[in-house]
Design a protein around this ligand. Structure first.
Ligand code: BES
Ligand code: ZN
Length: 457
């Protein structure tokens, strides 16, 4: 393993050059006019996997963005198989004017590589490709059997990977799963994520009059869809963050005393956290701690709202329609379908008859809660500690990685969420970046993990 670690260290510069190529491809999954680019990113990754010495490399077509599969299965039958998952799709880069360098023109400043997808998740996927390559180019073999599945729809809900698993679960059979799509606590401070929130979305479309009307001639006699929308939104959640949809909390699994204690001891630097957000104060349900609110409580947020006149100056108009996009982050055991139904029923019950309401929904996912007492988790802790020389903390993450719940409950794979991002990586925001020392430490940790996993009890 020493030779493998050294080989990786000697190749840092090449790895960065390759990663820059990967990051140049604008593989934005939500925008259909980028479909050629998602295909290009999948093909690029497949080629990188072949060059790394992986076998059976396949770009698998789906109804939307392709999956990339590869494996190396010669470690022996009594040796565990690990399924490594990640995503090559990225979030839209907008607003473009806030980027200091263009999102798909990677630049290195102060040891960070700046580009959309740098940390989320191309840089983290590439870590494992390079770890595997370092083994194959030095030892000629891997300590465990490895399968890769990298998708292009994580940022839009993973619909086609759900279908693929339902139909081709056997191809992905393994003893555990490994996912690097999260962050550690800070520079030099490794963290294993054991909880992810689920998610569901609705879009509220409100229509009033059949066309925009003169607000003087008709105002007072016709209800305004934007005002109605404001009233509806105000009734979804109170000012302290309690969600007012009847039944919303019914299935929320209460936190155990043990977990509350674990979270109470979580070393969050609130000052640094707040500074990084740029907000004046923290906020949220007063009866829960900040750490609990950030990972272990459900939320409801308006993520976009539009309607009416948005141009320069004034316009005296009663708009014909109003729209809002709402996302809800879920915790165990809330069911995304049920929550969407409850939300729709409630919104219809509070909407006045003077407008028409349409509710659209998108793909949702269930939250995950991972057993912290498994052999892969112990191996992961040891690999992190050997690389970072710092103890590992366990954390609940507020974001979502939809498919993890399927790995755990569907494929019954004990899963390790071993991230290498940093809290200030600005994923989904302008100036996303990835800390290069974490990219290198990630490769080292992955090399150690695969070795420890082969002997894990
Ligand atoms: N990598 C993130 C999840 C994440 C965020 C982990 C922050 C750790 C810290 C992932 O790519 C992501 O952003 N997922 C989406 C999924 C959704 C669109 C279905 C999310 O959480 O918004
Ligand atoms: Zn993301």
């Amino acid at each position: 393993m020493l030779e493998t670690l050294q080989f990786a260290q000697q190749n840092h510069q090449n790895y960065v050059t390759e990663l820059i190529e990967f990051l140049r491809i604008p593989s934005i999954s939500t925008q259909t006019d980028r479909n050629d680019d998602t295909a290009k990113a999948a093909a690029w990754l497949a080629e990188a996997m072949r060059n790394a010495g992986l076998e059976n490399v396949q770009v698998i077509k789906t109804e939307r963005h392709p999956l990339v599969y590869a494996d190396w299965l010669h470690a022996g039958q009594d040796t565990p198989t690990v399924l490594i998952y990640g995503h090559y799709d990225v979030q839209p880069p907008e607003p473009l004017e806030l980027w200091e360098s263009p999102p798909f023109d990677p630049v290195i400043r102060d040891n960070y590589i700046y580009a959309r997808g740098a940390a989320d998740d191309k840089g983290q996927v590439y870590i494992h490709v390079k770890a595997v390559e370092a083994y194959l180019k030095t030892a000629g073999r891997l300590p465990v059997n490895v399968k890769f599945i990298v998708e292009g729809e994580e940022e839009i809900g993973s619909r086609n990977l759900y279908h693929f698993i339902a139909e081709n679960g056997a191809l992905l059979s393994a003893d555990s799963a490994l996912v690097s799509d999260s962050a550690i606590l800070g520079k030099g401070k490794p963290a294993l994520v054991y909880g992810l929130r689920g998610i569901c979305h609705i879009q509220i479309d409100i229509t009033g009059p059949g066309r925009d009307l003169h607000s003087g001639s008709y105002g007072g006699g016709i209800n305004n869809p934007l005002n109605v929308l404001a009233h509806i939104i105000a009734k979804l959640k109170d000012e302290d963050g309690h969600i007012l949809i009847p039944g919303f909390y019914d299935r929320v699994r209460p936190l155990s005393d043990e977990e509350r204690e674990l979270l109470a001891n979580f070393p969050l630097d609130k000052g640094a956290w707040l500074k990084e957000t740029g907000a004046p104060t923290a906020w949220g349900e007063p009866e829960y701690s900040l750490v609990e609110r950030l990972g272990a409580r459900p939320t409801l947020d308006i993520t976009g709202m539009y309607g009416g006149y948005l141009g320069e100056g004034t316009k005296t108009v009663l708009p014909s329609y109003a729209h809002a996009k709402v996302s809800m982050r879920l915790v165990p055991d809330q069911d995304p379908h049920e929550i969407v139904e409850l939300a729709e029923k409630y919104i219809r019950s509070i909407a006045p008859p003077s407008v028409t309401v349409k509710i659209e929904t998108a793909d949702g996912s269930q939250a995950s809660l991972i057993d912290r007492d498994t052999a892969p988790i112990r191996a992961a802790s040891a690999a992190y500690e050997a690389t970072f020389n710092h103890p590992v903390v366990f954390m609940r993450e507020g974001g979502s990685i939809p498919i993890v719940e399927r790995f755990e409950s569907g494929l019954k794979l004990p899963t390790v969420l071993m991230g290498f991002g940093l809290p200030g990586d600005r994923i989904h925001s302008p100036n996303e970046r990835f800390y290069l020392p974490n990219f290198y430490a990630g490769i080292e940790t992955s090399i150690r993990y695969l070795d420890l996993l082969s002997r894990a009890k």
